[in-house]
Every structure is written in C-alpha cells, then in structure tokens.
Write a protein that binds this ligand. Structure first.
Ligand SMILES: [Zn+2]
Length: 77
C-alpha cells in the first residue's frame, strides 16, 4: 500500500561553493541534478581562472559538490 503525498514536492539540486575562503571568494553555484556536467565545468573554469588551481572534474565532484533539497512551490515539472 502506498500513500504518496504529492504536495510540497521536494527535488534534489546540486550545489558547489568555492571553499578557497582565504581569498574571500564567494563563488557559489546551484544547478539541477541532471546538469552536473555543466556545474563541474563552470566550477573548474572558475577555480583555474580565479585561483590558478587545476582540479579535475572528479575532484570537484568528490570534494566540493553537495546535494541539497529544494522545495518546489507550485512549480510544474
Ligand atoms: Zn573561488
């Protein structure tokens, strides 16, 4: 028996925050889950350009990407 409450749906998003706090960087980016590749690439470019550091996409994904729940509010999917 299933009792799915289809109200106040929660979806998952991906968020990355630049944690090179030393330089006071406030770079933060959030995308939908299926947009991960873009998130990783944008972040990699940012880190390379702003901080001169070379991360692989895997490193960014493992160390910097976090999953966040986003409550959708009357937003049709
Ligand atoms: Zn940064």
């Amino acid at each position: 028996m299933t009792a799915n409450v289809h109200d106040g749906e929660t979806m998952t998003a991906l968020q990355v925050a630049c944690d090179t706090a030393v330089s006071g960087c406030v770079f933060k980016l959030r995308t939908e889950e299926n947009d991960k590749q873009r998130l990783l690439e944008i972040t990699r470019e940012h880190v390379a350009e702003q901080h001169g550091k070379d991360f692989t996409l895997e490193e960014i994904e493992e160390q910097h990407v976090e999953t966040v729940d986003v409550s959708t509010d009357g937003h049709e999917h």
